[in-house]
Design a protein around this ligand. Structure first.
Ligand SMILES: Nc1ncnc2c1ncn2[C@@H]1O[C@H](COP(=O)(O)OP(=O)(O)OP(=O)(O)O)[C@@H](O)[C@H]1O
Length: 478
C-alpha cells in the first residue's frame, strides 16, 4: 500500500491538501440552533421532546430508520422527500439528520432558488453542491516531529534589508514525548505556522518533516488542572519518539479537491489575458478536471489510502427547481459517487418550472410538489404534521432557553395561542422583539402586555390577508 503522492501537479496525482476544507458545516443555524439531533431513544422510537425536537414523532422515526440504513451503507440511492405545511420542521429535520451523521460527515444545505444565477449554469451549481456533500477521508503516513512543547524561543537578528527592526533568524522548539525529548532548530517560516496555530508552551503539536506544516493537537493533560472551567481539549503526552512516522487522517470534500486542483483557464489572446487580470485568482472547475479527480480518487480508494464518506445534500424548496435541474438530478442520483439527497417542499400539486408552455392550454405540466413523477417515484416520502398548542408551547420554551429570554408563563401561554391561531413561525418570530420591548421597559421578564403590543405591531398572515380582503370588498362596493 502506498501513500498518495504529494502535491506534485503531475498527471495522475492531485493536490490533497486544499486550503481550507469545507467539511466544517456552514449552515443557516440561527433559527435552528436549538436542534441538536433527532431525539430518538435506543430502540429508534422518538421521545416526545429531546435534543431540541418536539413532536413530529413519525417523521423523526422515519428519518431515524433512514439514518440507520445510511450508517450501514445500505443507502439505495433513493432520495428522501420531506413534505408538509410551512413551518412544520422540514428544514429542522434535515439539519438533525446531518447532525446525527456526525461532525466529520459533510452536510451541504441549498435552497433551490440558489441555482438560478446569471453567471453560473444551474447544473454547475448543482454539481458543485453534489461534490461539496461527498467527503473523502485520506489516510497518509507522514514523517513528523511530535510532542509537548517545552521550549519556544525565537532568535532575532538584524534585518539585512534595512538598518531598522529585527527579523527572526530561526526558532528553537523543544518537544517532549513519553520516551524522550528533542530540541529542533527551525526555519522562520515554521515559526509563522506555529504562531498561526497559536501554539504556546505546554501544547501538544506535530510538525510535518517534508512541508513544515504545524498542527496543534491540543493542550497536554499535565496542565489539565490549571483552571476549574475550560474550553480546552486536553490530550495525553504522545508515546514513542519525537521523530517518527505517523498516520494522519484528513477530511476533505470532492469540491475542496476540485478547487485546489483548478487552474485559471489561460489563453494567449488579449481577451484571455485581460480576463485573468480582471478575475484575479478565479479558477474554473471543468467536467474534465472533475473526471480526472474522480479517477485518482478511485485509485486511492482501491489502494486503501482513502475512504469515501457520503454526506447529506439538502435541497430546500425543491419545487423551485426547473425541468433541466430535475433531468440532471435523475442522472446524478444514479452515479456511484452520490451523496444522500434530502428534498423538502411545502407545495401541493403545482406546475413544474420550465414546462410552462408544454401542457394543455399552456398551463405547463402539473405534478405533486412540482416534481416530475419519474423523480417522485424514486423518492422516499416523509410527511410532517401541523403542531398542537402544547407542542408549540414546548418549542417556544426551548427557543427561550437558547436565546436566553425570560418569559412569564402567562406570556408563553399567549404566545402559544398566537402560534396555534397563526403559525409556529409567527410565534417564534415574536420572541426576540418581545425581549427588546421588555428590555426597553426596564423589565427582566416578558409579560402578556408585551406580547399583546407586538400583536398590534406585527400582523400574522391571516390578519394581513383579512385586511386585504376587506379593502378589496370596500373598493368593489363603490
Ligand atoms: N418539531 C420541532 N421541534 C423544535 N423546533 C421546531 C420543530 N419544528 C419546527 N421547529 C422550528 O420552527 C422553525 C420553523 O421550522 P422549519 O424552518 O424547519 O420549517 P419548514 O417546514 O422547513 O418550513 P418551510 O416549508 O416554510 O420551509 C425553525 O426555527 C425550527 O427550528
Amino acid at each position: 500500500m502506498s501513500a498518495p503522492p504529494p502535491s506534485t501537479g503531475l498527471p495522475g496525482t492531485i493536490i490533497t491538501q486544499p486550503p481550507p476544507p469545507t467539511t466544517t458545516r456552514e449552515s443557516r443555524i440561527a433559527t435552528h440552533s436549538h436542534i441538536k439531533g433527532l431525539g430518538l431513544a435506543d430502540d429508534g422510537t422518538a421521545m416526545e421532546s429531546s435534543q431540541g425536537f418536539v413532536g413530529q414523532r413519525s417523521a423523526r422515526e422515519a428519518l431515524g430508520l433512514h439514518l440507520s440504513l445510511l450508517k450501514q451503507g445500505r443507502y439505495s440511492g433513493r432520495p428522501l422527500l420531506l413534505v408538509g405545511p410551512p413551518g412544520t420542521g422540514k428544514t429542522a429535520l434535515a439539519i438533525a439528520l446531518g447532525q446525527e451523521l456526525g461532525q466529520r460527515v459533510p452536510f451541504c444545505p441549498l435552497v433551490a432558488s440558489e441555482v438560478f444565477s446569471g453567471e453560473v449554469k444551474k447544473t454547475e451549481v448543482l454539481s458543485s453542491c453534489f461534490r461539496r456533500a461527498i467527503g473523502l477521508r485520506i489516510k497518509e503516513t507522514k514523517e513528523v516531529y511530535e510532542g509537548e512543547v517545552t521550549e519556544l524561543t525565537p532568535s532575532e537578528a538584524e534585518n539585512p534589508l534595512s538598518g531598522y527592526g529585527k527579523t527572526i533568524s530561526h526558532v528553537i522548539v523543544g518537544l517532549k514525548t513519553v520516551k524522550g525529548t528533542k530540541q529542533l532548530r527551525l526555519d522562520p517560516s515554521v515559526y509563522e505556522a506555529i504562531q498561526k496555530e497559536r501554539v504556546v508552551v505546554g501544547d501538544v503539536i506535530y510538525i510535518e518533516a517534508n512541508t513544515g506544516a504545524v498542527k496543534r493537537v491540543g493542550r497536554s493533560d499535565a496542565y489539565a488542572s490549571e483552571y476549574d472551567l475550560e474550553a480546552e481539549e486536553y490530550v495525553p503526552l504522545p508515546k514513542g519518539d519525537v521523530h517518527k512516522r505517523k498516520e494522519l487522517v484528513q477530511d476533505v470534500t470532492l469540491h475542496d479537491l476540485d478547487m485546489a486542483n483548478a487552474r485559471p483557464q489561460g489563453g494567449q489572446d488579449i481577451m484571455s489575458v485581460m480576463g485573468q487580470l480582471v478575475k484575479g485568482g478565479r479558477t474554473e472547475v471543468t467536467d474534465k478536471l472533475r473526471q480526472e479527480i474522480n479517477k485518482v480518487v478511485d485509485k486511492y480508494i482501491e489502494q486503501g489510502v482513502a475512504e469515501l464518506v457520503p454526506g447529506v445534500l439538502f435541497i430546500d424548496e425543491v419545487h423551485m427547481l426547473d425541468m433541466e435541474c430535475f433531468t440532471y438530478l435523475n442522472r446524478a442520483l444514479e452515479s456511484p459517487m452520490s451523496p444522500y439527497v434530502v428534498f423538502a417542499s411545502n407545495r401541493g400539486v403545482c406546475t413544474i418550472r420550465g414546462t410552462e408552455y408544454d401542457g394543455a392550454m399552456g398551463e405547463g405540466i402539473r405534478s405533486p410538489h412540482g416534481i416530475p413523477v419519474d423523480l417522485l417515484d424514486r423518492c422516499m416520502i416523509v410527511k410532517t404534521e401541523p403542531y398542537s398548542r402544547n407542542e408549540i408551547r414546548t418549542v417556544l420554551e426551548t427557543r427561550c432557553r437558547v436565546e436566553s429570554i425570560n418569559v412569564a408563563p402567562a406570556a408563553l401561554d399567549k404566545l402559544a395561542d398566537e402560534g396555534e391561531a397563526s403559525s409556529l413561525r409567527y410565534a417564534l418570530q415574536l420572541l426576540t422583539p418581545a425581549a427588546i420591548l421588555c428590555k426597553t421597559a426596564g423589565r427582566t421578564e416578558v409579560t402578556v402586555e408585551d406580547v399583546s403590543e407586538l400583536g398590534d405591531l406585527f400582523l400574522d398572515t391571516k390578519r394581513s390577508t383579512g385586511i386585504l380582503k376587506e379593502l378589496d370588498a370596500a373598493a368593489k362596493k363603490y
